[in-house]
Design a protein around this ligand. Structure first.
Ligand code: CP
Length: 321
């Protein structure tokens, strides 16, 4: 099913955020407010986590029709820390396995009082389709949509960049990997385009290049060493093998590390204070050398921490509208 063409309004008639489906075209003020709110929820890990009871009495359902660790766990924790009732549907044991459609699943849970749906799906267009069909009081949050959109990942990546660089413009940001299938690259570049003017370099191996029309204002190349030169931020991405039908042309792990992986040697080309990011899950010693993932320039675990704060901020934003 290819339903990317379905569009849904993310805002209420008064201009407040109702659904979060993608970052494309979102009001700059809404994004900046969510980043501020997320920052206010960040705590050192040895301190008591932030809490906010703004979702007391509300019910959040996490419907992940595709695998997830970070996004699913952080949405669950975020909802619980905001005092919501939380339902995690076990999709493999649900009536979808008996042929029930995703919309009928949503209507069923809507009838039980679920008001906020967090949805990950392998098909493009599903979050927008649902957003056009639910009752006016319902909120839909996109937790990863095929190769199209992952707006909460985009926001947590942007928050992490701002924490380290103190700004969101005039940066050189290099994204390396399977850009063709990356919803992470899509959402990050869509969000950055709203917030500032940056030199964004996309490095993809042959066959995994993105459609340039989806990445206006970026430079697409296969020259990884040149693209890392003087970078402030390097984002590494895994190859999304689950979205690639013909795998016979893919490089071996060792070949990939040599040709496109972020090794300690390659990282020397970037600015000395460059940060290294990865949305996870990562394949060590394939797209990123293990020592780089664990090294002093890596902010990968901070991305995870920020993911929880960002998801709390999004829940608070829709709850307080
Ligand atoms: N980055 C990300 O979406 O990770 P998960 O698939 O583990 O949620």
């Amino acid at each position: 099913m290819h339903q990317e063409a379905i569009t849904a309004d993310q805002l209420t008639p008064s201009g407040q955020l109702r659904h979060l489906l993608h970052l494309r075209g979102l009001d700059r003020r809404i994004i900046l407010d969510m980043l501020e709110r997320a920052q206010s929820y960040v705590r050192p890990l040895d301190q008591v986590p932030a809490r906010d009871d703004c979702l007391a009495g509300q019910t959040v359902a996490n419907l992940f029709f595709e695998a997830s660790t970070r996004t699913r766990a952080s949405f669950e924790l975020a909802a619980k820390r905001m005092s919501a009732d939380v339902l995690n549907l076990d999709v493999n044991m649900s009536s979808r396995k008996k042929g029930e459609s995703v919309l009928d699943t949503i209507y069923t849970l809507q009838a039980m009082g679920v008001g906020i749906f967090v949805i990950r799906d392998a098909s493009a267009g599903i979050p927008a389709l649902i957003a056009t069909r639910v009752e006016p009081h319902i909120n839909i949050l996109n937790a990863g949509e095929s190769d199209v959109s992952h707006p909460t990942q985009g926001l947590l990546d942007i928050l992490t960049i701002r924490q380290h660089k103190g700004r969101l413009d005039n940066l050189t940001i290099t994204i390396i990997g399977d850009i063709a299938h990356s919803r992470v690259a899509r959402s990050l570049t869509e969000g950055l385009a709203i917030l500032g003017d940056n030199d964004i370099r996309l490095v993809a191996p042959p066959g995994l290049e993105p459609d340039p029309a989806l990445y206006p204002g970026t430079r697409i190349t296969d020259d990884v060493d040149a693209a890392i030169e003087t970078a402030d931020v390097i984002v590494t991405l895994r190859i999304q093998k689950e979205r690639i039908k013909e795998k016979s042309g893919l490089m071996t792990n060792h070949e990939y590390l040599k040709a496109y992986g972020l090794t300690a040697k390659r990282l020397e080309r970037a600015r000395p204070d460059a940060i290294v990011m990865h949305p996870g899950p990562m394949n060590r010693d394939v797209e990123i050398e293990g020592s780089v993932a664990d090294g002093p320039q890596s902010v990968i675990t901070q991305q995870v921490t920020n993911g929880l704060a960002v998801r709390m901020a999004i829940l608070a934003t829709i709850a307080r509208r």
